[in-house]
Design a protein around this ligand. Structure first.
Ligand code: G16
Length: 564
């Protein structure tokens, strides 16, 4: 059918600035007339001439408003001369799966419909992010260009008669003629490409043997929790169909729901308490794992819910990568972590003689290093772990990596951690989040800290709490120069460093949709005292952190919303 596009007049909306990873707002904001249309058109405007004749991947975590957004994307992309959209069936694609598809299909990029770990459903959050041709999140210059367009947009292109009803429900290819050119929509199986990739990376035979057990080794009993997010469809295919896990006992919450069953799909000790409680209550479980809404975050716990911090998880994997076929084949290049992530992996890098990078918070900062062949494995304290197999963090990959290490070493999660600390010492780490503070109060707190670090009196000053004294050796606002393209990212978090190597870091989150979330990261290294409780060990430093920031005075908060 021959279709014609039209130009629709619109006005800019304030605040369409992408945050740490895309634009995240309440669903009702995205539902405002022209709001979503404007942002999609601005993504295409920012891509310029490359849009004509291009192919884009489209999909997301299936949260509320995804289908409406996909209908809008189809009509706007067709009107802008895009040649083809490759869309996950029912709009479902995990963030790692989008990254893999962009790379495998060698296309211009992808539009990912997710607000990640933020709650979903009609009263909660929706999100849109753009991933570039290397499969990774848009770097700052692309996001800035999109934002610039949102401030001046006056019209968007649209194909009103393009019939999209039930189009994405059924696998197959449909070709339309829009303004005289072919426009193709291909609806693909959401899991096939990703499952094939995982089979190339890992030894599925060994992992299946681990999970099923042998004459000599009992089954390794896992509990994998998709938290009603997108990973459910991948967990079923990989853990149940391929690795032989029991659909009744080894996996839970694996049907993606558009409101995540009214839970907060964020894999940490607070929001994944359900999993923690189940693993604690049943001592036959050897490992528990949870993922966030769009499948890029992961949390790992061992028997009796022994918690592995993301910083330690990264270090342990770095120390054991040789048991994963992908790294045997491709070699191990450098390692990297985000600045607030504890430096456990740095010690592994030093021992193995690998390059080590410290980047700002945000997976987008790892992409250039990977593309340049200098980075194999990286991670963030915010429950992100991944490698250069794609350009996003990857929750399921992280669990398969852990299972590979466990299979290889024939040790429990706790034994592996204790052995690691015995060799390298331990970075105790915790993060305090103060969610949904008044934005003004949070900004004032950051201004106070900024003034403090710029004063002459801070360095050399000592603070004492609960009998421990810490002397400040350095204080700054972290900035980063990308070693590949020399782009500069400034003001990435206030760092207060102490003479004993301990650190306090303060940042405002860039992923919330209302108010401001203040994050306080606390990190302290011990060479020998490695078996203490992290919260007890770090309590004095927490007190110092609260005193320096005057957090209670600014926000009125007595306690954090979440401690991880
Ligand atoms: C995003 C980014 C991560 C970042 C995290 C936390 O994760 O991809 O790189 O660490 O946000 O950001 P913030 O501290 O600014 O909230 P996700 O899983 O939300 O896409």
């Amino acid at each position: 059918m021959a279709l014609t596009s039209v130009n629709i007049s619109t006005n800019p909306f304030e605040g369409q600035k992408p945050g740490t990873s895309g634009l995240r707002k309440k669903v009702k904001v995205f539902m405002e007339k022209h709001y979503t249309e404007n942002f999609i058109q601005c993504i295409l405007n920012a891509l310029g001439d490359k849009v004509k004749g291009s192919t884009l991947i489209v999909g997301g975590d299936g949260r509320y408003f995804s289908k409406q957004a996909i209908n809008i994307i189809i009509r706007i992309a067709s009107a802008n001369g895009v040649a083809k959209l490759v869309i996950g069936q029912l709009g479902i694609l995990s963030t790692p799966a989008v990254s893999s598809l962009i790379r495998n299909h060698k296309v211009l990029g992808g539009i990912v419909l997710t607000a990640s770990h933020n709650p979903g459903g009609i009263r909660n959050d929706f999100g849109i992010k753009y991933n570039i041709e290397n499969g990774g999140p848009a770097p700052d210059h692309v996001s800035d260009a999109i934002y610039d367009h949102t401030k001046k947009i006056s019209e968007y292109k649209f194909t009103p008669k393009l019939e999209t009803d039930r189009l994405i429900d059924i696998l197959g290819t449909t070709t339309y003629n829009v303004d005289g050119h072919d426009f193709v929509v291909e609806v693909i199986d959401s899991t096939a490409d990703y499952v094939a990739l995982m089979k190339q990376i890992f030894d599925f035979h060994k992992l299946r043997t681990l999970i099923r057990g042998t004459d000599k080794r009992p089954p390794f009993n896992v509990l994998i929790d998709s938290m009603n997010g997108v990973t459910g469809v991948y967990v079923r295919r990989i853990f149940v169909d391929e690795l032989g896990a029991s659909p009744d006992n080894n996996v839970c919450r694996i049907v993606p729901l558009d409101n995540f069953g009214e839970i907060h799909p964020d894999p940490n000790l607070t929001y994944a308490k359900d999993l923690v409680d189940k693993v604690k209550a049943n001592s036959t479980y050897d490992l528990g794992a949870a993922f966030d809404g769009d499948g890029d975050r992961n949390m790992i716990i061992g028997k009796n819910a022994f918690f592995v911090t993301p910083s330690d998880s990264l270090a342990v994997l770095a120390n054991n990568l040789e048991c994963i076929p992908y790294f045997k084949e491709n070699g191990i290049h450098g390692f990297a972590r985000s600045m607030p992530t504890a430096a456990a992996v740095d010690r592994v890098a030093a021992k193995l003689g690998k390059e080590m990078f410290e980047v700002p918070t945000g997976w987008k900062y790892f992409g250039n290093l990977m593309d340049a062949g200098r980075l194999s494995l990286c991670g963030e304290e915010s429950f992100g772990t991944g490698s250069d197999h794609i350009r996003e963090k990857d929750g399921i990959w992280a669990v398969l990596a852990w299972l590979s290490v466990i299979e290889h070493k024939n040790m429990s999660v706790e034994e592996i951690l204790k052995e690691h600390w015995g060799i390298y010492g331990r970075n105790y780490f915790t993060r305090y989040d103060y969610e949904e503070c008044e934005s003004d109060a949070a900004n004032q707190l950051m201004e106070h800290l900024e003034k403090l670090i710029n004063s002459d009196t801070l360095v050399g000053k000592s603070y004492t709490a609960i009998g421990k004294t810490y002397k400040i050796s350095k204080a700054d606002n972290f900035s980063y120069v990308d070693p590949i393209d020399e782009s500069v990212a400034k003001n990435q978090g206030i760092r207060i460093l102490f003479e004993d190597g301990s650190r306090l870091i303060y940042r405002l989150s860039g992923t919330g949709s209302s108010g401001a979330t203040i994050r306080l990261y606390i990190d302290s290294y011990e060479k020998d005292n490695v078996l203490s409780d992290a919260q007890v060990m770090l309590k004095p430093l927490v007190e110092v952190g609260l005193e320096i920031s005057q957090l209670k005075k600014f926000t009125g908060r007595d306690a954090p919303t979440v401690i991880t």
